[in-house]
Design a protein around this ligand. Structure first.
Ligand code: 1YM
Length: 653
């Protein structure tokens, strides 16, 4: 799929870079860690486009000692001629003009490209202290450098200013583009790149770009850390990786082909868990909210399986057809399609809206599935039996949740009500209200007394919730389910499984509040697993948080008053000790139970002083793996993860 070479004139000019500097959030989402990494994704997008266009097979990413990053590809190299509109070289336009990019040229060169072709490059430059580009193209090497210049009088010229022309460096036999940039610490609250974050994302990209080699190097550590990703099996290897540690029920099924001008690639493999996990991509962009391609896939699978089930008498004459949902249990799949000009429903590109993707995927998968099922009767039987069982269980759950919906009736029968665990807020306000899920009775007591009763609710857990990862859904909720979890479902009011509706959630924030010790971390993980598995939409909407109680109280008692500073880290502790001087004393909090109601409010519940961690599932594939590692049968990786990722109070001798 070679496309015509893009000309230097096809680029349109829209706006200056200052706007990006003024409102970085609008362009990269945030100025925290996430936004910082976004800069790398923007540059890599250009290399990925070059891969999709068929000109590039290697991408290298290097994190340097000074936390600058280099991205290098072996594509055609950015065109180096003079741009018609601007009268300056194209690379200068690409890095200094906002929205300069092929996409805005309206040419016909846009096939199956991932991003907006070059659009992000100027944003990255705008938010960098400096940026250097090297281009190897048509046997010539070129170079240009840009800087943020403080002392320019004219604001427009401060940002991403070209400090050299596009210089010709001489002959080369290489080809490609090399971009190195240093994010500006005046913009970002955090300028340290995380190796793991880059690694996971690049690995996902390598799965999706079959046969492409992606290198990642970290020069900040000695010896340098290096990873190389290359998957000849593409998304088939992706599914294998996602199912790693799970019990799978059959070999991976893999279809690849083209229909109606759209390239479709699907790999799936059922496992013995009760969850459905489908990752979908369009031109390697993750479509977190799915869209037309996914509904095409589900329609095709359901229809092919139901037809087969009828034909082979798994479904009898009077049986209703199995629904798409019935086929979801244990379904692990990656769907990756490539198409021209995909249309997304939301600004954030999270949901595909293109109708032609539905029909192409539905048609393609439908044909392949019919054939596949006929060829593989054992797998067909296994999937259909599973779906029939899943339907039966869901029917049980429906009856069980019916019963849960009428707690009043239960109370009359003398069953324990939830009210002794749950203390609701004074008013209903599903936006403002907060639910604290608290570990232990004594902490629960402090939380109830310390809270602002107008909008804060407390749910006290007695003992650990069960590990939902290892349970069938009817062991989780309903009459034979887990009491703690039934209570949570009842309190948040969303329903569960097929009945789940995120819009019904009674709270704006759900805050998990546990001790900062191993047990607390374990409870946190059990609850996060529950939310990830059964209420993932709440996580996605950013409603789930982890409370951060302080680790220390540093205080000084005068005759009249006590001066107090709460501390969340060792650094804060030393600073507080310095500030309060010699007489300062330290109390280390081992658990929430040690704080009285007032202290708990001051440190952990009061919205204006507390610190919360918002739980987010940025990378669905990564979340899936973490949950599997943490909750699966293998204990060593779980311990390792907790030790690496959860901060505990350090025991003092
Ligand atoms: C490390 C970052 O930017 N690679 C890259 C960018 C471009 C091209 C090739 C390219 C695109 C086209 C034609 C085309 C870009 N070109 C432009 C623009 N790597 C990196 N590799 N020839 C080369 O789009 O048709 C923007 S990005 F607009 F100048 F064509």
């Amino acid at each position: 799929m070679k496309e015509k070479l893009y000309s230097d004139d096809d680029i349109r000019v829209l706006k200056g870079l200052t706007a990006v500097r003024v409102r970085p959030g609008m362009y990269i989402g945030s100025t925290g860690t996430r936004g910082l990494h976004h800069l790398v994704w923007e540059i890599i997008d250009n290399s990925k486009d070059e891969v999709l266009a068929g000109y590039c097979d290697t991408i290298r990413v290097t994190i340097h000692k000074d936390n600058s990053v280099t991205v290098e590809d072996n594509g055609r190299g950015i065109p180096t001629g003079i741009n018609r509109d601007e009268g300056i070289p194209t690379p200068t336009v690409v890095f200094t003009v906002l929205h300069a990019g092929g996409k805005f040229g309206g040419g016909d060169g846009y096939k199956k490209s991932g991003g907006l072709h070059g659009v992000g490059a100027s944003v990255v430059n705008a938010l960098s202290q400096w940026l250097e580009v090297q281009i190897h193209r048509d046997g010539q090497a070129y170079k240009q450098r840009f800087e943020y210049i403080e002392e320019k009088a004219n604001q427009e010229e401060q940002v991403g200013h070209p400090v050299t022309d596009l210089q010709v460096m001489g002959k080369t036999n290489k080809k490609g583009t090399i971009v190195r940039f240093k994010p500006d610490s005046r913009v970002f609250s955090e300028t340290n790149f995380h190796f793991e974050t880059l690694k996971e994302r690049l690995k996902d990209n390598a799965f999706l770009l079959k046969g492409v080699t992606i290198h990642l190097k970290d020069e900040r550590v000695s010896p340098n850390r290096e990873e190389i990703f290359h998957f000849d099996e593409g998304i088939k290897a992706f599914v294998e990786y996602l199912n790693d540690g799970k019990t799978t029920l059959h070999d991976i099924v893999y279809f690849e082909g083209e229909k109606e001008g759209i390239d479709v690639e699907l790999a799936f493999q059922y496992n013995d868990s009760s969850v459905d996990n489908l990752l979908s991509y369009v031109n390697t962009i993750p479509t977190i909210d799915e869209g037309t391609h996914v509904s095409g896939l589900r329609n095709a699978m359901t229809k092919a399986l139901n037809d087969y089930a009828r034909k082979h008498n798994f479904l009898k004459k009077n049986d209703k057809n199995l629904s798409g949902n019935d086929y979801r249990e244990g379904f692990m799949a990656v769907l990756s399609i490539r198409m021209d000009n995909p249309q997304f429903e939301s600004q954030t590109k999270d949901k595909l809206g293109s109708e032609e993707a539905r029909s192409a995927v539905e048609g393609f998968v439908g044909e392949k599935m019919v054939f596949f099922l006929d060829e593989n009767p054992e797998i067909a039987k296994l999937i259909i039996d599973r779906a029939i069982e899943s339907r039966r269980i869901k029917e049980e759950i429906r009856k069980a949740t019916e019963a849960l919906k009428n707690p009043g009736k239960k109370k009359k029968k003398g069953k324990k009500s939830i009210s002794d665990k749950f203390t609701p807020p004074a008013k209903r306000d599903s936006e403002r209200n907060e639910l604290f899920i608290v570990e232990g009775d004594s902490a629960g007591g402090s939380a109830i007394n310390g809270r602002d009763r107008n909008f804060q609710a407390v749910l006290s857990l007695r003992g650990k919730p069960i590990n939902v990862e290892k349970k069938k859904i009817y062991e989780v909720i309903g009459p034979n389910g887990n009491e703690e979890i039934n209570t949570i479902v009842e309190v948040i009011e969303t329903g569960i499984a097929d009945e789940f509706d995120a819009n019904k959630c009674a709270f704006g924030k759900i805050i998990i509040m546990t001790d900062a010790d191993y047990d607390g971390a374990h409870i946190q993980i059990l609850l996060l697993t529950l939310f990830y598995r059964y209420f993932s939409e709440l996580v996605r909407r950013g409603k789930v948080y982890i409370a951060q109680p302080p680790l220390y109280k540093v205080y000084k008692q005068d005759k009249k008053k006590q001066e107090v500073i709460y501390c969340w880290s060792e650094e804060e502790r030393s600073a507080a000790m310095k500030k309060l001087g010699k007489q300062a004393e330290i109390q280390r909090y081992k658990g929430l139970g040690e704080m009285n109601a007032e202290q708990l409010w001051d440190t952990t519940m009061n919205p204006s002083t507390r610190r919360l961690i918002q739980v987010d599932i940025e990378d669905a594939a990564e979340a899936e793996r973490i949950v599997t590692i943490l909750m699966g049968d293998k204990v060593p990786p779980r311990r390792e993860w907790i030790e690496q990722n959860v901060k505990f109070v350090v025991e003092e001798e």
